[in-house]
Design a binder for this molecule. Structure first.
Ligand SMILES: *Cc1c(COP(=O)(O)O)cnc(C)c1O
Length: 429
């Protein structure tokens, strides 16, 4: 497979863009190769600038639940452009998407549109702090909630001591109120609440963690979060930026039957255009300006084109609930095929899946939290990734990102993936 044009573009990009990319994972750094530059995509396939075609399991990291640019989604988009790209005035489309999201998601009364997942979680935390009048927040190691300052933190020497910024440029004071707990460990979070529960404004969690590879929350863990938030008057924030409208139409909240007080969305609700949203109970959302004192704004928030695609996608998902059963079946087929390969080759690795999200972890034993996934052989993942790429299968370029399946992935696509995986795994060992 030739990558001359991608390589030349990467050189050119590196001159004017830090690391040659506008988001770090795209640089393929952790899999030890140069990135492929996308030229076009349709359905389940991406074509790169050298004309190579790949079966795509990145799917733009989640927004493309229907695959790339299906005609039924694009219909009417150019007409929408001709009606105006943005106004800086409210539109009917914003009413419509707010109604759809509130009706879809358990316990959601009101929602505010923003432009990214990062903005959604950052704003949700501000609202939770404003609502409770408290400063401390709790997050979990290995969960990603975007790149706002207070969330770029790791646990350091222990849960009850100060968190440590994970990036230069984040002052220690900014993360001093962020407590970092262990995911799926209900004892750990109980300890933290007994020590300072009265000072905790909110718990933010990915109910289905998708940013340390796929690690679904255990029901008892998520139930404990609900219970503690209720007992101490803290706000429970579900970050459903990946899992919203994917784990189920009503997100992980529907899947687990557990409600949050605020939920954050992104990815699927914009269907590929830049969108985020946060919403929650009426008394909480009433704090948001201009109805309340907690400031939050956005020049392009509720952008008409993003709303157009978002409404279309969410209506399709609402009117075709069978899509979730289909995605579950496809995911199961892929998982079973991969597990057969692993068994046949006597490898100790494991596949973790939740619906259309899936990760093959190159480690032994159970995977429940960040400490577990850190044991993965990431160098081996890099070789696996490169082997699959040469076979025309585009996997996430990191052990710690999930594979995304879409409606466009056919049974033949999945069979092809399993077959090629067997070839690549055989060569690895
Ligand atoms: C992607 C993601 C975000 C950040 O969204 P951006 O649109 O990249 O800012 C936040 N939370 C989770 C769970 C995500 O997967």
């Amino acid at each position: 497979m030739k990558h001359d044009n991608s390589n030349a573009l990467f050189k050119r990009a590196e001159e004017y863009i830090p690391g040659g990319v506008n988001s770090p994972v795209r640089a393929f750094k952790s899999v030890g190769t140069a990135p492929v530059f996308a030229a076009s995509a349709h359905g389940s396939h991406i074509v790169d600038e050298d004309g190579n075609s790949y079966l795509d399991y990145i799917c733009s990291w989640g927004p493309l639940i229907f695959g790339h640019s299906p005609n039924y989604l694009l219909e009417g988009l150019t007409e929408a452009v001709s009606r105006g790209i943005t106004y800086g005035l409210p539109t009917a489309a914003e009413c419509e998407i707010a109604e759809i999201i509130c009706h879809a998601y358990p316990g959601l009364d009101m929602v505010r549109m923003v432009n990214s997942g990062t903005e959604a979680t950052m704003s949700a935390i501000r609202v939770a702090r404003g609502y409770t009048g408290r400063n401390k927040i709790v997050k979990f190691e290995g969960c990603y909630h975007g790149h706002s300052d207070a969330l770029l933190v790791s646990s350091g020497s222990g849960t009850l001591t100060y968190g440590v910024p994970t990036s230069p440029g984040v002052p220690a004071q900014v993360v001093a109120d962020t407590l970092v707990c262990r995911y799926n460990d209900h004892e750990n979070i109980r300890e933290v609440f007994s020590a300072c529960g009265d000072e905790i404004a909110c718990i933010i969690v990915e109910p289905v963690a998708g940013n340390m590879g796929l690690v679904p929350g255990r029901p008892e863990f998520l139930r404990t979060l609900r219970e503690l938030a209720d007992a101490y008057g803290s706000v429970l924030i579900f970050d459903e930026v990946i899992s919203g409208f994917r784990a189920a139409y009503g997100g992980a909240a529907e899947l687990y039957g557990i409600r949050s007080d605020i939920a954050c969305f992104g990815k699927i609700i914009g269907s590929g255009l830049p969108v985020g949203a946060y919403g929650g109970r009426r008394d909480i959302m009433a704090c948001v300006s201009p109805s309340g004192p907690v400031y939050q704004a956005g020049t392009l928030s509720g952008n008409p084109l993003a709303m157009f695609l978002g409404i279309k996608s969410l209506r399709l998902l609402q009117n075709h609930p069978e899509i979730y059963a289909e995605l579950e079946n496809k995911g199961k087929k892929l998982q079973q095929g991969m597990e057969e390969n692993i068994r046949e080759l006597n490898l100790p690795y494991r596949v973790v899946r939740c619906g259309s999200l899936l990760t093959l972890f190159f480690c032994e034993g159970e995977v429940n939290c960040y400490d577990d996934v850190k044991r993965c052989d990431t160098a081996l993942y890099g070789r696996y990734f490169r082997g699959m790429l040469e076979q025309g299968i585009l996997l996430p370029p990191s052990q710690y990102e999930c594979m995304f399946l879409s409606q466009a992935h056919s049974d033949e696509d999945i069979a092809e993936t399993v077959e090629k995986q067997r070839i690549v795994l055989k060569e690895l060992i």
